[in-house]
Design a protein around this ligand. Structure first.
Ligand SMILES: NC(=O)c1ccc[n+]([C@@H]2O[C@H](COP(=O)([O-])OP(=O)(O)OC[C@H]3O[C@@H](n4cnc5c(N)ncnc54)[C@H](OP(=O)(O)O)[C@@H]3O)[C@@H](O)[C@H]2O)c1
Length: 216
């Protein structure tokens, strides 16, 4: 069982992030969150420390990173990411700030249709990406640039990328496992639970894996 720890969450008001925040708080942990609109937060809790702001304009990483053990990004802005790699620009500022504060562990949630650095998509995932899901191409390009940066320039950081597949905000469908090749369409809740478990799994360090339900 994980000792009470401090998680710094980016994307706390999002589909995955809101479940992650609840899980961490229920586990007795402290959550720091940078959010654009605090009124969107689903929970209020003495252990939830909120800083209002945007990842495109962070003035103060110090307050966010002081005392933090785990950093997680479940960020996305599909419209903006069509034209701008906002997550990559942000991660390139976050990682040096993590180094300064001695914070090592970072999980970044990308998409199952984002190609891992120096890897490839299976024919089925490639086809979905370029047909049904082509509206998310910009987001995937941004996620891919993040993976390249982490692989090339952040080897000292214990980063891990979850290439998630998400279909709904429904109830749990089971427990997701990490895999290089197996992929399920999961719920936000299950992805959040997977992220929570994976953050403390040393075997996931420097992987960009998919996730799947072992028994569906
Ligand atoms: N949704 C899916 O079906 C799906 C599937 C597979 C993978 N993914 C990946 O998972 C990641 C997260 O997706 P999601 O669907 O859980 O997220 P989401 O519901 O789209 O929410 C995105 C989060 O990012 C925050 N955000 C966006 N721009 C920001 C900014 N400038 N400053 C601060 N916060 C900002 C949003 O804040 P606001 O509430 O203020 O907008 C929100 O909390 C994405 O990288 C995506 O590629 C998503």
């Amino acid at each position: 069982m994980l000792q009470p720890s401090t998680f710094l969450v980016f994307g706390a008001t999002g589909g995955t992030g809101k479940h992650f925040v609840s899980l961490a708080l229920e586990g007795g942990h402290t959550v720091k969150a940078l959010v654009r609109n605090p009124a969107k937060l689903a929970v209020q809790n003495a252990n939830l420390l909120v800083q209002q702001g945007s990842i495109t304009d962070i003035a103060d990483f110090d307050t966010l990173l002081q005392g933090t053990e785990f950093v997680i990004s479940m960020l996305g802005d599909v419209k903006l990411q069509r034209h701008a790699k906002i997550n990559t620009a942000f991660v390139k500022k976050l990682i040096p700030a993590m180094r300064q504060h001695g914070v090592k562990r970072f999980l970044y949630q990308a998409g199952g249709l984002s190609t891992p650095y120096k890897g490839h998509l299976s024919p089925i995932l490639w086809t979905i990406r370029h047909t049904l899901a082509r509206g998310f191409n910009g987001q995937h390009r941004d996620n891919e640039a993040v993976m390249e940066y982490l692989a090339e320039e952040a080897k000292d950081i214990e980063w891990m990328v979850h290439r998630a597949g998400i279909g709904s905000d429904g109830p749990s469908k089971g427990s997701l496992k990490r895999s290089e090749s197996k992929f399920s369409i999961a719920t936000f809740r299950d992805c959040a639970a997977y992220n929570f478990r994976t953050l403390t799994d040393s075997a996931a360090i420097h992987t960009c894996d998919l996730s799947f339900y072992a028994k569906e």
